[in-house]
Design a protein around this ligand. Structure first.
Ligand SMILES: [Mg+2]
Ligand SMILES: [Zn+2]
Length: 220
């Protein structure tokens, strides 16, 4: 299990997307109810309140939607990438059943454990770099992408003791319920919005939709 896993949703590479901002969204505790352990099967996918409408509103403002999620159950051998795909299909289907405009453009997953030292697990910004690259530049739609150890996604190196970097697009944002989400978003340069796991993304909806909101302060 050597790379990040991509599941394509609604993104069409024919779109002129370089000018569009990206909303990077953590999954568990932001879009759906997080479980003790993991969300292990489609029947355990339970949306948090108002999520579909918030995503639709972001899309109305021209955001691309990129889910970035750590799922170490895969590296632990509890289930495989096929199971991950059906879980993401279920999440997408539930979103669309509530709001037909709530399409996710791209799901990116780090399947590793902390001790795998993979280079893509949040708080590494590697999945955000990959999302930026895939949604804005590259036409290739493969399912597996190698992390920075073997194949550099970005020329950028993270200076955790320095200033927050400039984002690739000034409106790029990251929503998460954990410090590791904020770390990944900080290292990428995104506007940061931390929410509680029982409220999810709806708690920050008015802030996300306000382009003058520079996001939460964060110190790595
Ligand atoms: Mg989470
Ligand atoms: Zn990883």
């Amino acid at each position: 299990m050597s790379g990040m896993i991509a599941h394509w949703g609604f993104h069409s590479s024919a779109d002129a997307d370089a000018a569009r901002p990206i909303a990077f969204l953590d999954r568990d505790g932001v879009l759906n109810v997080g479980r003790q352990g993991y969300v292990n099967r489609p029947s355990e996918v339970e949306l948090l309140p108002g999520v579909a409408d918030v995503i639709a509103q972001l899309k109305e403002l021209d955001f691309l939607i990129c889910v970035v999620t750590n799922q170490s159950a895969i590296s632990r051998g509890l289930w495989d990438t096929g199971q991950l795909e059906v879980i993401h299909q279920e999440l997408q289907q539930q979103l669309l059943s509530r709001n037909e405009h709530a399409g996710i453009d791209l799901f990116l997953t780090c399947p590793h454990r902390y001790e795998d030292a993979c280079g893509c697990r949040k708080p590494s910004p590697e999945m955000l770099y990959l999302g930026h690259q895939l949604l804005r530049m590259s036409g290739q739609k493969e399912q597996m992408y190698f992390s920075s150890k073997t194949h550099p996604i970005s020329n950028r190196t993270v200076n955790w003791w320095g200033e927050k970097p400039e984002p690739f697009h000034p409106l790029d944002l990251m929503v998460g319920d954990r410090r590791s989400d904020m770390g990944a978003g900080w290292a990428y340069g995104a506007r940061l919005f931390r929410v509680s796991a029982h409220e999810g993304i709806q708690a920050a909806s008015s802030r996300l939709l306000n382009e003058n909101d520079i996001g939460d302060a964060f110190q790595p």
